[in-house]
Design a protein around this ligand. Structure first.
Ligand SMILES: [Zn+2]
Length: 323
């Protein structure tokens, strides 16, 4: 996969350095190049190509509007505008790209503050919108039941019960994000990648038979690839005996709340990597089964679904959130 960064006019040396540094973490699978002009992007690009524009001024925005954007590649527009510029052009920006193959990344407005995505997070968005999972995938079988001591239907119903917790509190505004996992026999049953957690179809659960976590290599069964956070769930169940169920969602009032700093990992780690799984599991061990992957989302583990629900209720109550 190839990622081009279009430098526009205002990307300075420091920003370039940040992008180059965070891209290093995924160097094996992706190549990355800085270009000043769209003519430098080959006309005949394969579909797993992305072009990223970093907008840092209203002038940059006008420049992009004047360009003819290639149709067969994913275009990502990320922006770092200061508050006044953000307010004045935010809606224009979303409108301008609405009907194109463009994904706009804008600062999150959380607790009345603008929070800018890091270079690593922008690269993750590109990957998430193209090839999605980062692990080396080894599909051993399409049959899940043969690996499990319990009837698959029983475990599947448990996963649906967990999805009701998300629905009850509206914890996952993007229903396709996050993951639900349960310990099952020697392995882990987990939602497949890109699964609607509010209504899990029968064929969208996968069984992780084994995971070479440090190599990010996953051996699995099922018809669809497991969630991109499969290694995190596998590692949590492997190292924490009492963990039987796991829920991962993206709920911004928790992800960014300064009142939950104790539970947050110390830095943003690219999603779906061993380093992210390692840091989250270390945190889960120290903080009673609740961790926040910085700039990403929440992970809860528990022995029972009832306990899981209680833990989430307690955090919502702590934050005075009633939803
Ligand atoms: Zn996530």
């Amino acid at each position: 996969m190839k990622i081009y960064f279009h430098t526009l006019t205002s990307m300075d040396q420091l920003q370039k350095k940040c992008f180059a540094r965070s891209y290093q973490g995924v160097r094996q699978q992706y190549s990355c190049e800085f270009v000043n002009n769209l003519l430098e992007v080959p006309f005949d690009t394969p579909s797993d190509t992305a072009i990223v524009f970093v907008v840092a001024s209203p002038y940059d925005f006008e420049t992009i509007k004047g360009l003819t954007l290639p149709k067969n590649v994913l275009i990502i527009v990320a922006y770092y505008l200061h508050e006044k510029d953000f307010i004045s052009i935010h809606i224009d920006m979303l409108d301008a790209f609405e009907h194109q193959n463009v994904h706009v990344i804008y600062p999150n407005v959380v607790l009345h503050q603008l929070r800018y995505p890091s270079a690593a997070k922008i690269i993750d968005t590109v990957i998430h919108n193209t090839i999605r999972s980062k692990f080396i995938s080894i599909q051993e079988s399409t049959e899940i039941q043969k690996y499990m001591p319990e009837a698959l239907e029983v475990e599947f119903n448990r996963m649906k019960e967990i999805s009701n917790i998300i629905k009850k509190h509206n914890l996952n505004p993007d229903h396709y994000a996050g993951s639900i996992a349960v310990r099952a026999g020697q392995g882990t049953l987990i939602t497949s990648t890109r699964t609607d957690k509010s209504m899990i179809p029968d064929d969208r659960i996968s069984y992780i038979i084994d995971c070479e976590c440090t190599k990010n290599e996953i051996t699995w069964a099922g018809t669809n690839r497991p969630s991109s956070e499969a290694s995190m769930a596998y590692l949590a169940f492997k190292e924490i005996d009492s963990a039987k169920v796991l829920l991962h969602f993206h709920f911004k009032p928790m992800t960014y709340s300064p009142r939950l700093n104790l539970y947050r990992t110390c830095r943003y780690e690219p999603y779906g990597t061993y380093l992210e799984a390692r840091r989250v599991v270390n945190k889960l061990k120290k903080s009673d089964g609740f961790a926040i992957a910085k700039g990403h989302g929440e992970i809860f583990i528990a022995e029972t679904i009832h306990q899981l629900s209680d833990k989430i209720d307690a955090v919502l109550a702590f934050l005075n959130i009633e939803n």
